[in-house]
Design a protein around this ligand. Sequence first.
Ligand SMILES: *Cc1c(COP(=O)(O)O)cnc(C)c1O
Length: 404
Amino acid sequence: MNQADYLAEVDHYSAHNYLPLPLVLSRGEGAWVWDLEGNKYLDCLAAYSALNQGHRHPAILAAAKEQLERLTLTSRAFHNDQMGPFLHELCTLAGYDKALPMNTGAEAVETAIKAVRRWGYRVKGIPSDQAEIIACENNFHGRTTTIVSFSTEGSYNADFGPFTPGFKIIPYADLDALEAAITPNTAAFLVEPLQGEGGVIVPPVGYLAKAAELCKKHNVLLVVDEIQTGLGRTGKMFCSEWDGVHPDVMVLGKALGGGFYPVSAMLANDDVMSVFKPGDHGSTFGGNPFGAAVARAALAVLVDEALPQRALELGNWFMGELTKLESPHVAEVRGQGLMIGVEIKPESGSARPFCEALMKQGILAKETHEQVVRFAPPLVVEKADLEWALERIAAVLGAAQPVH
Ligand SMILES: *Cc1c(COP(=O)(O)O)cnc(C)c1O
């Protein structure tokens, strides 16, 4: 089969719930991927930050192979010798008493929603079924029916109702709106420390710190979704650290699985986590020994190779270079660490044709929202790779004529 055959097959048999760039990948290593014809591309999406450690990192690959030879799945009906060490290492790294392992990001967010609601009733004393959770406009927390119930993106929830009640929406980065939205029934404020899917929106310095203060003042739990921003992406191990914030509840996913396997977790201290008793919540695959072994190696790589620091240094340099391009098509370059958004001016059309042109140059980037091209390569990317990319990005963005 050639590329056209694969594209036709997917068009025929796959639900059309995505609009991928028209290329078929068959191999990956580090920050690079290859298509069927052997063409090489720099992966500047990194699976929405699930590949912070790069494709097939050798240390994670070795841990995965070793675990595959021993034990892959037990369910939580029995203990296994990987889950405990994994959660111990994760809690130590992130500074929490306990973690609850799940698989996908959305499941970990759902877990956090259940935890804070129950905390609201059993600890805070909110009347039964009255708990409120505050979330932000332009949020992205996943795709389950409850989570899309509080999405403000039409295509995420149109005609998927009836929706789960109990959520209040406020503008992002608006502290007055947060304080005004809090009532005695508010259990939690759920927020991304930087909105990734929303178009790489970086809130003002101090936003999360002040939000944390407001939450504390009103006995509201601060739940920070670090699924995309956490594990090194923004130049700190956790993006919340930029504001010196240690959230009451943290949600992790994506890079926790090192690009091999879905692993997610909700982290909290005992005051919140103790609301779960045997039988109250679970997952057949959550905490499985294969995923746990992979995640242990994935965390070790982040620490051993100082990937957050690398994201900071390379990200600062790369963002500076992108800013210097002075492209006629670019309205703004913004970001933190190696999560960078380049906003295309409306008069230059949408971001999609620029992504298609970048693909032809050997750079895989994806539009997020209509106008933003996101550059978020694996954190193991070399400076020389980014220099190579910059020349090509300049050619695409600097073109005297719009590329479409
Ligand atoms: C990707 C993402 C999720 C959902 O994770 P899945 O593994 O796709 O379910 C939730 N929150 C944020 C911030 C994300 O980027």
